[in-house]
Design a protein around this ligand. Structure first.
Ligand code: CMP
Length: 139
């Protein structure tokens, strides 16, 4: 079933010049970018995006990190896009991520973990709409 998911190439990965590698992994895995934006989050943009984690002890640090430099926000489309993208990313903690995954290759630790991906259809719907009006999504 074709579906959409939201990916974010985080500030650490952008600083490491890993945009091309990560976008290449999406494309060669059958995930088609249908919207792309490079931007720098304000702290409140990050707080709104991660509102579900508001009560977590790492919330403030996460939002500071996510607003510390440019990111690339991407809508990916393809069969089982949410699950496929999560497999490509690997575990949240790069130390626990399988070999060959994006987080294994580019993440430093559980906070500086290179990429974000939606974890369910409901989350994907919220996250995509957070950044992209329907008219900015192609395909
Ligand atoms: P992400 O997929 O963007 O979703 C929430 C983020 O919170 C996660 O990746 C990590 O960057 C961060 N995160 C999750 N757990 C922890 C933790 N225990 N300590 C610090 N950051 C965390």
């Amino acid at each position: 079933m074709s579906e959409r998911t939201l990916a974010i190439i985080k500030p650490d990965a952008v600083k490491k010049n890993a945009i091309g590698d990560i976008m290449g992994r999406y494309e060669t895995s059958g995930l088609t970018p249908v919207a792309i934006r490079m931007m720098q989050f304000s702290k409140s943009t990050a707080e709104g995006f991660y509102a579900v984690h508001k009560a977590r002890p790492f919330f403030d640090s996460l939002c500071t990190f996510m607003s510390s430099g440019p990111v690339v926000v991407v809508v990916l489309q393809g069969n089982n896009a949410i699950k496929k993208h999560r497999e490509l990313m690997g575990a949240t903690d790069p130390a626990k991520a399988d070999a060959g995954t994006i987080r294994k290759a580019h993440g430093a630790n559980i906070e500086f973990n290179a990429v974000h991906g939606s974890d369910s259809p409901e989350t994907a719907q919220f996250e995509i709409a957070y950044f992209f009006p329907a008219m900015e999504i192609v395909g």
